[in-house]
Every structure is written in C-alpha cells, then in structure tokens.
Ligand binder design. Structure first.
Ligand code: ATP
Ligand code: MG
Length: 575
C-alpha cells in the first residue's frame, strides 16, 4: 500500500475527549473515528488489525471444534420474554418496533436466539455436542460508553455457545475454550492472565475472565506469587492471619465520642487503629433492612454481598433506616441492635477481640466489644474485598495485585437457558434430557484497544507482529530515493510481506513521526547515504534498535525477523 493513496487521516494533536492512551492513539493514528457516543468507524488501517484478530480467533475456534455461523442482530422480544430477560436487561438493551408494532431488540448477546435454534433442530444425543460461534456486532446501550472502542455501544464480539449432553461434556467444552482463549491471546502477542470471575447476572457456576494486563485496566486482579491462583478482585478471597489480639480482653464499656461519626474520627479520638473498629452499614433489600459489619479498615465487596443477599438490594438511605428504627447514624453498632434488623458479619469481624463500635446512642461508642459474645450476627460470610499482601487461599503464597482489561469471558451456564427455552434431546434410552450449555465471549474490538494499551510508548503504538496492520514501512528520504524504495516495496510485496510505502511528499521528520505513531514493526529507510553503500537503515519499533542491512538481503532479513517473532510466540504456546 502506498501512503500517498491510502485513506489514513492521522492527527498531530491529542484529541481532548480521549482519556487513555489507546483511545488517543487510535484516533491519532487514523484507526478509528467516532460516529456517536460509543459507536465508531474502523478506518482502513484499523480494520486490517480487526481482521487479523478475527482470523486468529476463527482458526482457534475451529481448532477447538467450533462451527462458525451467523445469527441475526435483530431479535424478537418473545424469546427474551421466555427467559425473563426482556425485563431484566433494562436500559442496556436497544429496543425497536417494526411497522406492525412488534417488539425487537438489537442483540446485546445471543443465548436466547441460539438456544431456540438448537431447540428446534436438535433431537437426539447423536446431534450433540455442538459448539457454534459467530463474530458479529453486539449492541449494548452502556450507561457510560468510554475509552473509545474499549467500552462501546456497538462493538464486535466473538461468541461461542456449547451444547452438551451432560456435565462431563460441558467440562470438556469449557476446557477446550479455556485452552483456545490462552492460545488466541498468546498468538495476538499479548500478556494476559485468566482469572476466576464472578458469574454475575448471566448465572452458572463457573467462569473465567481473560485479562490483558495494563495499568489503565478497569479490573483489579489479585494473583498468587507462588501458585497459579488469580481472581478478579470482585471475587478473590484470601487467607488472613489475624492472630494479633490488640488491647486487653476487658469487659465492654460505653464511652463518650461527641460528634465523632466516621471511622477516622473515632479512631483518632479514642486513639485506636482503624482495624479495631467495626464498621456497620445498612442495605435495603426486598426482604427488609440488613446491617453489614466489616472491620474498620476493610471495604464491603458488593459482588460478594449481592450473592449472600440473593435478592434486589441497595445501600439504605437514612430515611429507610429511620423507618425501621430510630438509630443515630454514625453511632450505630451490632450490640443490642433492633432485632428486626438482620446482621451479616464479615468473617474477619469474628476474629476481632476488644473491638470498638457504635453504642446505638448519639455521641457514644462501645469499647472492649467481643464479637460472638457481646453480639451474635445472623450469619457470617466472606464479605470484604481481599487485598494484596494477604495470604493465597490455595497455598502458602502471598497475593499481589495488578490491573487488567477484560477481553474475554467464559461461563458454564448449565441449564439456565435450555430449561427456560425447553432445549432438550432424547438420550440413549429415549428419555428426554435438558441440554447443558456454556457461553464464551471475546471482545474483538476491545482486544485491539487493549493491545495498544499494553504496547505503546510516548511516540505511538508498538504493534506485535501477528496483529500489526503491516509488517514493514518503507520511508524514502526524498524523491530521489523513491525509485529504489519502490523497487524494495515490490520485492517485499512479492515475497508475501505486507508493506506500507511512505511515498508522500513530506519532510523526513514528519514521515518518521507518523511511522512511530502507526507502530509498524519494522521501518526501512532508503536515504542517499545508504544507497551509496547499498544499504537500508532499519529501525525495530519494539526495541528501538537501529540496524543496517544490505539492500540485496533485505527480503530475507525481513522474513527472518518476522519468522523469529512468530517462533517466539510458538514457543510460548508450547510452554
Ligand atoms: P464488562 O464487565 O466489561 O461490561 P461484560 O461482562 O458485560 O463486560 P460479556 O457479556 O461477558 O461482557 O461480553 C464478552 C466480552 O465482550 C467481554 O469480555 C468484553 O471483552 C467484550 N465487551 C463487553 N462489553 C463491551 C463493550 N461495551 N464494548 C466493547 N467490548 C465489550
Ligand atoms: Mg457489561
């Protein structure tokens, strides 16, 4: 491709609306353009990358027994009503009506439609297992579309659905997808981690997220420094070594704390560390008011709490609390709390001795409180967010934290959708059985953004070879070297190498800057000095290494470099 003819509008300035590096670079390097909030056009350079990612995904899905099909984007409301998700999905669903007033949505995901397809076509155990996938646009009216295509409202997803006869079959499908995902992100040249994840609203009993490691990632990941335990902080647990008994195990006492309401204020006023305080928070649930207790220096983990409550809930307002009991906010505690309020304690609270909590009386706290003796909670659960530095739940190691971008998510669904939609088969004995399902998504366009987020520097993108839009960029210093540059371009192209030739009538500085911005792995410069000695100047984008190659050997050298990069990845696949 010749740059002078290529539709690649680059930008000199960083667009103000872009907060993170990948978004800025995708706009600046002419990869995407915004159409409306969360909806983007992929320009030619960007679409080449998207297609490379898609090709890797397709190869690995096919290798793992997947069959590609294409489901409709427009889906009728009836099937969503059958599973109850027409209402549950809420505002994130783009809804529309046809000329007859029939309701439809733009598919945010495809469990309903694929399960009804399989329900209608699959009869016997002989038709199973099936692993069906597609790569297609998804539509989600996200509350906060942001970071460019990272969180879009229209985005490309690969979604595969597995249909098995039994649990053992699902295990196999899940394992095959887990392996395929590891291969996909490795083949894309990315550093990633599979982490245990919460299965969330979609249901099911097991799920992993695939995280591309990047400082700006929305997800916090905890992982063990010794074994392979890794989990999303929403779900991670830890082993705590709270042996320290602080303070005397003396009897409970009521002390005055005038106007001291927050953990910090009480800790300073009573001169005790925050971890000796008990935090009491209230949630309003469909089954009444619930008090949640965690240690003063801990945070309630909303995901874990949600699972324990297992019903709709929100943080209670002072009015909602007052409706149940006239409690002095800021001075509330579990000792002698109104019996109508269910008390859920984090398990760590139960290891505390001589704790401090509100006395349920304005301007008073209790000291010397012994959980389990001075009060007994209704239930004890792991309700806190685990932190780096704590013990691994699997081994003797310690947890570390890092940030990541969720690029893939695999779920065991079980019979959640097949039951609701009556997707069954006849087993060997002619008995009707419910099909067991799994679903497996990859954010294709988010993967492209995540790659840039992980691999860039101050000057621009650093594409890994497998998903780079071109392998080589050739720059001719001036018009005089253009014939030699074109000759090299033809030789490389003939050898199957993807080349971008910067043949624009621009200053060399501008060309170099744009080359760094676009991040093509190898830059070959044809200049007057080099031509005199029969050499090209080579810049390796990733390492910023400068080399000189004889022009006559350039094709082989480029091939060797690209092969070397792919071999390195091949080795990682085998490891
Ligand atoms: P998130 O928690 O980021 O909203 P999700 O759990 O809703 O993701 P899934 O329904 O599991 O996502 O979708 C599968 C994959 O699709 C995700 O792992 C992610 O890579 C991608 N994805 C989800 N929502 C978006 C979006 N709004 N824009 C781009 N990619 C997305
Ligand atoms: Mg989401």
């Amino acid at each position: 491709m010749k740059l002078s003819q290529y539709f690649i509008p680059t930008l000199r300035e960083t667009p103000a609306e872009a907060e993170i590096a990948s978004h800025q670079l995708m706009l600046r390097a002419g990869i995407i353009r915004k159409s409306s909030a969360g909806v983007y056009t992929y320009l030619p350079l960007g679409y080449r990358v998207v297609k490379k990612v898609i090709k890797i995904i397709e190869e690995e899905m096919d290798r793992a027994g997947g069959q590609e099909l294409m489901l409709p984007i427009i889906q009728p409301s009836e099937i969503w009503k059958e599973t109850g998700r027409w209402d549950v999905y809420g505002e994130e669903m783009f809804r529309l009506k046809d000329r007859h007033g029939r309701e439809f949505c733009l598919g945010p995901t495809h469990e309903e439609i694929i399960t009804t397809l399989v329900r209608n076509e699959v009869r016997s155990y002989r038709d199973l297992p099936l692993r069906l996938y597609q790569i297609q646009n998804k539509y989600r009216d996200e509350i906060r579309p942001r970071f460019g295509v990272m969180r879009g409202r229209e985005f490309i997803m690969k979604d595969l659905y597995s249909f098995d006869k039994d649990e053992a079959g699902l295990q196999k499908s899940y394992a095959a997808m887990y392996e395929a995902y590891c291969r996909i992100f490795t083949r894309c040249g990315l550093k990633f981690r599979p982490v245990e994840a919460d299965s969330g609203a979609i249901g099911g009993d097991a799920s992993h997220e695939f995280m591309v490691l990047a400082q700006s990632g929305e997800a916090l990941i905890l992982y063990c420094d010794t074994c392979d335990y890794a989990a999303n902080a929403e779900k991670a647990t830890s082993v705590l070594n709270d042996k320290e008994t602080i303070g005397e195990d003396s009897a409970m006492k009521r002390v005055q704390t005038p106007g001291k309401k927050t953990i910090e204020e009480v800790a300073v006023f009573l001169d005790v560390p925050a971890h000796r305080l008990i935090k009491t928070l209230f949630v309003q649930t469909s089954q009444g008011l619930v008090a949640v207790l965690v240690r003063g220096d801990d945070e309630v983990n909303e995901t874990k709490l949600g699972h324990v409550l297992d019903c709709p809930w929100h943080w209670a307002t002072p009015e909602e609390v007052a409706e149940v009991a006239p409690l002095p906010i800021g001075f509330v505690g579990p000792v002698g709390l109104d019996a109508r309020i269910r008390v859920l304690a984090d398990r760590r609270v139960m290891t505390m001795t001589s704790a401090v909590c509100g006395a349920n009386e304005a301007d008073y706290h209790l000291i010397g409180v012994r959980p389990g003796k001075d009060f007994v909670p209704s239930a004890v659960h792991d309700l806190r967010t685990a932190k780096a530095g704590e013990g691994c739940p699997r081994c003797q190691g310690k947890l570390q934290d890092t940030r990541g971008i969720e690029v893939g998510h695999i779920f065991k669904l079980g019979t959640k959708y097949s039951s609701a939609l009556h997707a069954t088969y006849l087993d060997e004995a002619g008995k009707e059985q419910t099909i067991i399902m799994g679903c497996y998504g990859i954010g294709v366009t988010r993967t492209v953004a995540a790659a840039i987020e992980q691999l860039h520097d101050d000057d621009g993108i650093i594409w890994p070879v497998p998903i780079a839009p071109f392998h080589v960029e050739i720059i001719a210093i001036s018009k005089d070297q253009l014939p030699a540059a074109e000759e090299l371009y033809r030789a490389l192209t003939k050898a199957g190498i993807e080349v971008l030739l910067d043949d624009r009538d621009e200053r060399p500085g501008v060309k170099f800057k744009d080359a760094d911005l676009m991040g093509i792995p190898l830059r070959l410069t044809v200049g007057p000095k080099g031509l005199a000695t029969g050499e090209v100047e080579v810049r390796v984008r990733a390492t910023r290494e400068d080399l000189r190659w004889p022009i006559a050997e350039t094709v082989e050298r480029v091939q060797a470099y690209l092969a070397g990069e792919l071999q390195r990845i091949e080795k990682e696949l085998d490891a």
